[in-house]
Design a binder for this molecule. Structure first.
Ligand SMILES: [Zn+2]
Ligand SMILES: [Zn+2]
Length: 264
């Protein structure tokens, strides 16, 4: 299984960057994990969007789903998706309609967002929308997908993806504060991608994100084989983040870079 970083920014994009988005590929199956702002353009530079079979969302914050809007417009209005020939496109009776696995309440959220200016059913018409629940176990082609609810400001799920071809095990923390559940869920992962949003813990209010050191602690406790920090701004010092996480993890740490491909 290959995991390609399409976007790794937190809720404001890096210069030239994109928010949360990862392309997971195995045996001809293309799955997009999160679709934050900027991700659709990054996806298009790597893969034809009609070849995306499934999209999985970790939670319903803008930086994790907002590019479903342009993606939905493409699936709805692109000449190639129409039943009759348009321009150089021959027409199709089978337009792409990827499955979209989203947290509970997604349909209402999408309707509110898109309904602000147009037809509120844009996203649910473009995709085959299915709301998952915490103990759902999905099979998408050769991938087994599971969820664990983590501690964030809205209902948020860490996502585990296992290849039935290689048995490779990838876990994505989503956005989370310190979470014992994440440690248990990620135990033994071949690749653990953990958010490391904060230069220091939140000064007040509930925790909803991690520092690089905390990300490293989680990965160490989980016994992950490799750690990649993500959801980290280009305004933070990467070397500092890697060192902080490395001390706690006890192994090598990478900071996600757009375009990086991890073989799991
Ligand atoms: Zn986020
Ligand atoms: Zn979030």
């Amino acid at each position: 299984m290959n995991v390609t970083v399409l976007g790794k920014s937190p809720s404001w994009q890096d210069a030239g960057g994109a928010c949360s988005g990862y392309l997971v590929q195995e045996d001809g199956l293309n799955l997009l994990l999160d679709c934050g702002n900027g991700v659709f353009g990054k996806l298009r530079s790597r893969l034809d969007y009609v070849d995306v079979h499934a999209v999985v969302l970790s939670h319903l914050h803008a930086d994790h789903f907002l590019d479903l809007v342009p993606f939905s417009y493409a699936l709805t209005y692109a000449p190639r998706q129409q039943p009759v020939p348009v321009d150089r496109w021959p027409g199709t009776q089978h337009p792409a309609r990827p499955s979209l696995h989203a947290p509970p309440g997604a349909r209402d959220t999408f309707r509110r967002v898109v309904g602000a200016w147009g037809g509120e059913d844009l996203i649910e018409n473009a995709f085959d929308l299915r709301e998952y629940h915490a103990d759902a176990a999905l099979e998408v082609g050769p991938l087994r997908i599971a969820f664990a609810e983590v501690d964030h400001f809205v209902k948020t799920f860490a996502v585990s993806i296992t290849s039935t071809v290689t048995c490779g095990h990838f876990v994505f923390s989503a956005d989370t504060g310190p979470s014992e559940k994440l440690v248990a869920f990620a135990t033994g992962a071949d690749l653990l991608m953990v958010e490391a949003t904060l230069p220091r813990p939140e000064r007040e209010g509930p925790r909803g994100h991690l520092t690089p050191a905390e990300a490293g602690e989680h990965a160490g406790l989980a016994g992950a084989k490799a750690l990649v920090l993500t959801h980290i701004s280009d305004e933070l010092d990467e070397t500092w983040a890697r060192e902080e996480a490395g001390k706690a993890f006890g192994g090598p740490v990478q900071v996600a870079q757009e375009g990086a491909v991890y073989e799991v």
